[in-house]
Design a protein around this ligand. Structure first.
Ligand code: K7E
Ligand code: CUA
Length: 644
């Protein structure tokens, strides 16, 4: 064994020498490094699979939800190098998001709920825009579970361009998921609540609390969600969970799973102001053996919306359960209790559901489900008169994978899927056609979602998989009781056992889902065109214009000065400050901050930002560039003088 290892070790050495890496006689040998750092041959292989020399870029890009940070994390695979945090629901000073620039302030303002400005989000599920079920790399969508909202990110600039609050939900989770041509972005509620904003006592839970699924219409031309062309479907007060849009043969249908079909309301522990001595939620919500997978006909729902068969609630169109059922557009199928998500395979025929409390995953066959629907063969109805399809007749089969199965992704190879096992701390590779477990690889620790390369599209790539682990425990340097998250890269190349090849700490928030796209599908711009900004300031047209107490400052910036540099106003003046970065050179970003006024802008090449504020304090306020942009960066400053 030792001899064998030595042989392959020598092979690596020889091949490196052939490549000329050990040409100089004084160079450290690989063997020396391995010895000094205590590395095995396996470690060296993992390093070689992930190390990305300077100047080389990654094959894939991951967009990960940023959890409680309200942002999106972007990193490369296989290097696992972080490339960007995209500011979404939270102000972010470096990107000049929410610090005085009119445009970003307005986007954050769109996220107001019932008039209240909310400056954080709990992001869970990013989705890349798709064309024919393939990632097209144009837009990214992400949800906020805490304050039901969906955001649109333009991948030309990697910046948030729209935030849309949900008008009827009080909590959500099943977003964002797109239809195969991004006609709709799907958002499903989580904890049932009344659609209106009224107080409704819990005693009326069954009658007045509801779940819902919103179909947000997306306009690719405008790059925006069109709220007026969007609608929702009323659902029973089961806690709907993750959703997925049908693809290929199941295109036109949308699925969401649920838990607490018991409709249990707690009252556990002392101090309840309502109910007493009841089972805790966790027990009451999982007392039945099954919950319901929801099957929604989006095509029919869209038709009903266009025909006006809806009620307006909070200025938003809602199609009732009754209307959906009368039009054969809503069905339920039992699924093992307290599941977490439903994922549709690349062909659109098989749906995987994992019950967190069951060691099995269940594979449903869309064709069997459709046969039951066409034959109107129902197993009864739920309390809301929704037809229930037989679980046994809908199932393709079940496979025992291990403890706590959560989420599933797919492989390039036909019939191969990967499922995260939360309790086992492992990833299972299994065959969903022949219903058998192939192998498991341990991860560290307690994996939530997992993502394989383009693994939720019609043509997954295989190759790489990232386990988005919930706990890191002993994997990294201890940094206090709050640990970073641990994203582990796993080599899933065909024909070899899976192997963990990289641990990446993520210290920004707790990511949930992530999507991994081929890097060359992304086509971001290098610089802005100045004409895209109506407030742009042309060189030579810099000015300070006063109309009463309204002062407009038109500023240009280029290495290494602002023009104008000195601006004198009176206390109480309302300032509108247009700032244009005239640079054309790649990566020549200038910053802009004014002392005391809580302003920071990021002026990327060609960009114009407008800052509005009232000069309500007299005094002397230096402004300066906050990016080290040139040798004379420190000199890049000016004075705002506010006279009493
Ligand atoms: Cu499993 Cu929000 Cu998709 Cu967390 S969710 S893990
Ligand atoms: Cu511009 Cu520093």
């Amino acid at each position: 064994m030792v001899k064998k290892m030595r042989n392959s070790f020598q092979l690596i050495l020889i091949s490196m020498m052939v490549m000329g890496l050990c040409a100089a006689s004084h160079a450290q040998s690989l063997e020396e490094v391995m010895k000094a750092r205590g590395l095995s041959q396996e470690d060296i292989l993992a390093a070689a699979k992930t190390y990305t020399p300077t100047g080389k870029i990654d094959e894939y890009v991951v967009f990960s939800s940023g959890g409680q940070s309200g942002q999106v994390i972007v990193y490369g695979v296989p290097s696992m190098r972080i490339l960007k945090y995209i500011a979404v629901f939270t102000p972010e000073p470096w990107q000049g998001y929410g610090y005085g620039d009119v445009e970003s302030m307005a986007i954050l303002d769109q996220g107001r709920i019932r008039g209240r400005k909310i400056t954080w989000g709990d992001t869970h599920h990013p989705a890349i825009s798709e064309t024919n079920g393939e990632y097209d790399g144009q837009y990214l969508f992400i949800n906020d579970k805490a304050n039901p909202r969906v955001a649109v990110i333009d991948l030309k600039t990697f910046s948030t361009v729209q935030i849309v609050p949900n008008p009827i939900m009080k909590s959500e989770h099943g977003a964002a998921f797109v239809t195969p041509n991004t006609e709709y972005i799907i958002e499903a509620s989580q904890y049932p609540a009344p659609f209106t904003n009224d107080y409704v006592p819990l005693e009326e839970f069954n009658e007045k609390y509801r779940g819902a699924m919103t179909m947000w219409k997306f306009s690719r031309k405008k790059g925006k969600i069109l709220p007026d062309n969007s609608f929702s479907v009323e659902l029973p007060p089961y806690a709907q969970d993750l959703s997925d849009a049908g693809k290929k043969i199941s295109e036109g249908w949308v699925f969401t799973n649920s838990f607490n079909s018991e409709r249990y309301i707690g009252g556990f522990g002392p101090g309840n102001t309502k109910f007493k001595d009841r089972l805790p939620h966790e027990a009451g919500m999982s007392s039945k053996d099954t919950d319901y997978l929801h099957m929604i006909n989006l095509k029919t729902a869209e038709k009903l919306f266009k025909e006006g068969k809806y009620t307006m609630i909070n200025d938003h169109a809602v199609i009732s359960i009754e209307t959906m059922v009368a039009n054969d557009a809503l069905f339920l199928i039992p699924e093992p209790k307290s599941p977490h998500g439903v994922m549709i395979d690349p062909t659109g025929q098989y749906l995987t559901v994992s019950g967190k409390l069951d060691t099995h995953v269940s594979v449903y066959d869309f064709n069997k489900m459709m046969k039951l629907i066409e034959g109107k063969t129902y197993d009864g109805k739920d309390p809301y008169d929704i037809p229930i399809l037989s679980m046994q007749e809908s199932l393709h089969g079940q496979v025992e994978l291990g403890l706590g199965p959560l989420h599933t992704q797919y492989d390039k190879e036909k019939g191969i899927a990967y499922t995260s096992l939360f309790v086992d701390s492992a990833i299972a590779r299994w065959d969903f056609l022949n219903l058998k477990l192939i192998e498991k690889v341990p991860i560290h620790y307690n994996v939530g979602h997992l993502v394989s390369a383009e693994g939720d599209t019609v043509s997954p790539d295989g190759k790489y998989l990232v386990a988005l682990n919930k706990l890191a425990i002993d994997r990294f340097q201890q940094v206090g009781p709050l640990h970073p998250q641990n994203h582990q890269l796993i080599d899933i190349s065909a024909g070899r056992p899976m192997s963990v090849i990289y641990d990446m700490p993520l210290p920004l928030g707790e990511p949930h889902y992530a999507v991994m796209i081929k890097a060359d599908k992304l086509k971001p711009i290098k610089r802005f065109k100045q004409k895209w900004f109506k407030n742009r300031v042309k060189p030579g047209r810099e000015s300070v214009i006063r109309e009463g107490n309204k002062v407009t400052v038109n500023t240009t910036i280029i290495r290494s000065h602002y023009s104008p540099e000195i601006i004198e106003v009176n206390v109480g003046d309302e300032i509108t400050w247009n700032v244009t970065n005239l640079e054309r050179a790649q990566d020549e970003t200038h910053g802009f901050t004014v002392d005391l006024y809580n302003i920071n802008g990021s002026l990327e090449p060609g960009e114009t930002n407008t800052f509005k504020f009232t000069a309500d304090k007299s005094g002397v306020f230096p402004f300066y560039c906050t990016e080290f942009c040139s040798a004379l960066h420190l000199e890049m400053m000016g004075y705002l003088l506010v006279k009493p």
